[in-house]
Structure formats: C-alpha cells, structure tokens
Ligand binder design. Structure first.
Ligand code: FMN
Length: 218
C-alpha cells in the first residue's frame, strides 16, 4: 500500500529529544528581552544552525500580512535589531504600519519565542555601522537589491562581479540600507515537555511600561 503524505507527516517524531527541565521551575525574570538573547545562545551551544534567524511578520497598508526570515544582529536590554533595505517589501510595510510580530523556533532545544512589538528605523550612523561590520559578500549582495523581477540568474551573477570589480576595497552602504529596532510590547516563551505539559509564560507591558508576566495553559 502506498504511504500518503498524511501518513508520512504523522510519523515524524516530535519533541522526542527534549529532556531539559531547567527554566520551568525557576522564577521568570522581570524583563523578558535578555532571556530571548540567552535562549538564542543556548540553542547555538546545543548545535542549532542559525539560532539567531527570526521570522518577522509585517502588515501592509491594505492589512495584508507577510512574513520572512531575518538574522538578528544585536539585542540590548529592550530591543532586537535587524537590517534590511527600507525600500524592501518589509521596509515599505513598516513605514506604513510599524506594528510587527516576530518568532523564533529552536528545534534542538524544543523552544519558541513569540514577540509582538513596534519596529523603527535607526539613524544613518547606526545603519552604516551595521553595514560596515558585515562580510564583503554580504555588503556586495546588499547592492543587488532592486525593485521588480530579475530577468535571469546570470544577470545577478554578472552584476555581482561588476560590483566586486567596482568596489575593490570599501563597499559603500546603499542609501536604503537600514538598521531596524523592534521594541517588544509582548513576549511569550514556550518550552516543550516530553509529557506534553508544555510550559508557557507570557509577558506584556502594562500602561506604565512595566513588564507583567503570567503562566498560560499549554
Ligand atoms: C536564514 C535567513 C536569513 C536572512 N537574513 C536576512 C537579513 O538579515 N536581512 C534581509 O534583508 N533579508 C534576509 N533574508 C532574506 C529574507 O527572508 C527575505 O527573503 C528578503 O529580505 C526579502 O523580504 P521582503 O520582500 O519581505 O522585504 C534571510 C533569509 C534567510 C532564510
């Protein structure tokens, strides 16, 4: 009998490797943002590739959502930072609606973090600093960002080579390159349990800006 897609999906094991019982019993910290940074580093140490990859959901002027993956470039006490062209789809969405949702999932540690917040473009200096710290390939490829379709792959390779020859030393920061900060207003931590009694803690800012947290049913 042929195996259906439905059968194959339902046979994939889930949470089989999750053994950790640590943070479920500890008192949640006052500010959730540093914990996001700790969970990224814990996933990295546990072997998760690209543990700083975060999905970002934006909503356009017509109310249509779209999501994509980005690399988080920094986290301070209150904000997460990523960089992208301001004239990209996400940049245009944020310009008309700064409310965003972001999400991490680390299969190796059986954890996810959901974030709701407000995104804001940082000043030119901060964006140029971010650009200068990138590898050469990444800086050159930032110049490949164009609106509209690409006629064929060869055109992109040719353009990359042209840029490489044009900028043998310094690669200038494209005018649209922008470092964005997400200031979370809500952060939810989720940890898998093999017993399926998963652990959820949700933080929300109150009217005075202080973080409040509560446990949620699995
Ligand atoms: C692992 C991973 C990391 C990525 N990191 C970035 C990034 O840091 N900045 C960026 O602009 N795009 C990044 N991308 C590409 C985006 O997902 C997306 O395709 C691109 O930015 C265009 O998005 P938009 O059309 O919604 O603006 C990454 C993709 C993947 C899969």
């Amino acid at each position: 009998m042929t195996e259906t897609m439905r059968d194959r999906l339902r046979r994939i094991p889930v949470f089989a490797h999750v053994e950790r019982e640590d943070s479920k019993d500890s008192e949640p910290p006052e500010n959730p943002v540093p914990t996001v940074a700790e969970w990224i580093l814990a996933a990295h140490e546990a072997g998760q590739p690209e543990p700083h990859a975060m999905s970002l959901c934006t909503v356009n002027a017509e109310g249509i959502p779209s999501s994509r993956v980005l690399l988080v470039k920094d986290i301070d006490a209150d904000r997460l930072f990523f960089a992208t062209p301001s004239d990209s789809r996400k940049g245009i969405d944020i310009a008309s609606n700064p409310h965003v949702a972001a999400h991490f999932h680390w299969p190796v540690t059986g954890r996810q973090v959901r974030i709701v917040g407000v995104a804001s473009g940082q000043d030119r200096d901060a964006s140029e600093r971010d650009f200068a710290e990138r590898g050469r390939g990444s800086r050159l490829s930032a110049h490949l960002h164009r609106p509209g379709p690409l006629p064929d792959r060869r055109t992109a390779f040719d353009e990359f080579e042209r840029l490489d020859a044009r900028y043998p030393d310094q690669v200038p920061c494209p005018p649209s390159w922008t470092l964005y900060a997400i200031t979370p207003t809500e952060v939810e931590f989720w940890e898998a349990s093999v017993d399926r009694v998963h652990h959820r803690v949700r933080y929300r800012r109150d009217a005075g800006g202080a973080w409040r947290h509560e446990l949620l049913w699995p």
